[in-house]
Write a protein that binds this ligand. Structure first.
Ligand code: AKG
Ligand code: FE2
Length: 415
């Protein structure tokens, strides 16, 4: 702070205001400095958490919709992107999963993109038809989410065996009312939320608070919740080998069966990317054989608009050579992927509904996270307003109006 107020300020009141302003500016500068001194990953996360993300930041985001619609100009803009062709047409290999080709969606099943600075990361912009997306979203919210698959809610609430969706549906149809015994889902006896649980997931729906205050364990008496409140609080469901978020290990003795079609989907995708990389100027070639890929575990992440997922590496699988296959639905998000430590500045990618991401090679062990879900990015074909999606889409569309779903599939053991 400069010691003397400018000479044109005469009254004591003016000088006091000036001093106050100086103090505030100094505090702002200090805050900015502390941001800059954080690791580059954290710095990037902060940028994308800002209410209004500056255009200068957004212009550095690789947007998969631009890859689909303006391939040439997007590749001109980002010199690190390389286009490649899948070795199998996803839709021809699995039409039941990716949807039947029609003219509008035909071209989308052979294009993939690689990033020269993140070897092993493969982006396949939305190869699904709208109908195929709606089908998988329904599965993620209904049968895939049923017990005995674990839900993030299980630590705190007694989830009915028929699942949350069934309860929610009955609530929305007016069949279940506040007078019914099973209307409110009661909390388990209040307990301390493990630190990991509350820190990993930020936002309103997660275990506790924004990442910024994650060190504070939540140990409040939990409220009883209505089915729709509970559904929006659900942050994840695990499939196959169940993952313990506290100890960060899989329970390898008790694997639940993976949905067969997810195994098929992952095998199809891993086969379609087998051998790619060699044609581009990369120091990496994907050699993992698709036919030997086994889907053994999965995570469904459910995000509400203000939820985030902090930087992490998925390293609990015994087999870290097998690729991880990830698909996103609903609202778009900013996905950050960096390197083996948080000191590498991450690359931001805007993942949109239907996008597939394959983490293979060294990118399989890279730090990544989701600092932002982008508002107003739900594709019209997922909206509940459009009648042609069928009456039974209405409830799903209502849920998706404030949500993003990510489903990722992993192999745990060596082939
Ligand atoms: O939501 C995403 O796109 C990423 C999810 C993720 O990284 C995970 O579940 O490990
Ligand atoms: Fe992850």
């Amino acid at each position: 702070m400069s010691a003397k107020p400018p000479s044109h300020l005469k009254s004591r009141r003016q000088i006091k205001i000036w001093e106050e302003q100086q103090k505030q500016n100094a505090a702002k500068r200090q805050k900015m400095d502390s941001y800059v001194n954080q690791n580059p990953f954290r710095y990037a996360e902060r940028n994308f958490k800002a209410r209004n993300i500056p255009d200068s930041i957004m212009s550095k985001v690789i947007d998969t919709s631009e890859l689909l619609n303006n391939k040439e100009s997007t590749m001109d803009k980002f010199s690190n992107i390389q286009h490649t062709t899948l070795t199998q047409d996803l839709r021809q290999s699995s039409p039941n999963l990716f949807g039947k080709a029609d003219d509008q969606w035909r071209h989308r099943t052979l294009d993939a993109y690689l990033l020269s600075d993140i070897p092993g990361l493969i982006i396949i912009p939305n190869p699904f038809t709208p109908e195929a997306q709606r089908r998988l979203i329904k599965h993620c919210l209904t049968n895939y989410a049923l017990p005995p698959n674990t839900s993030s809610l299980d630590a705190h609430y007694d989830r009915p065996v028929s699942g949350i969706w069934d309860l929610y549906k009955r609530e929305q149809q007016g069949v279940l009312t506040t007078d019914d015994d099973d209307y409110y889902v009661l909390p388990r006896k209040a307990q301390a939320v493990p630190l990991e649980d509350s820190s990993f997931y930020g936002g309103d729906g997660g275990g506790g608070g924004d990442n910024d205050d994650y060190k504070k364990p939540v140990n409040s008496t939990l409220p009883r919740l209505t089915p729709s409140e509970l559904l929006r609080k659900q942050r994840w469901v695990t499939l196959g080998y169940q993952y313990d978020w506290k100890t960060k290990v899989y329970d390898l003795e008790h694997g639940l069966p993976m949905p067969k079609e997810l195994d098929e989907m992952a095998k199809t995708v891993v086969s379609a990317v087998e051998g790619i990389g060699s044609d581009a100027a990369l120091s990496w070639k994907n050699t993992y054989p698709g036919s030997s890929f086994k889907a053994e575990a999965g995570v469904i992440n459910y995000y509400q608009l203000r939820d985030t997922l902090m930087a992490h590496v998925d390293k609990s699988e015994v087999n870290m050579d097998a690729p991880l296959v990830s698909v996103s639905f609903g609202h778009a998000s900013i996905y950050l992927i960096g390197g083996s430590s948080k000191d590498t500045a991450p690359t931001p990618i805007c993942l949109r509904s239907g996008d597939l991401l394959i983490m293979s090679g060294s990118s399989r062990k890279s730090y990544h996270g989701v600092p932002r879900i982008l508002e107003n990015t739900l594709p019209p074909y997922l909206s509940s307003e459009q009648d042609e999606h069928g009456a039974d889409w209405k409830l799903y569309g209502d849920y998706m109006a404030s949500a993003r779903i990510n489903l990722n599939i992993r192999q745990v053991f060596p082939s």
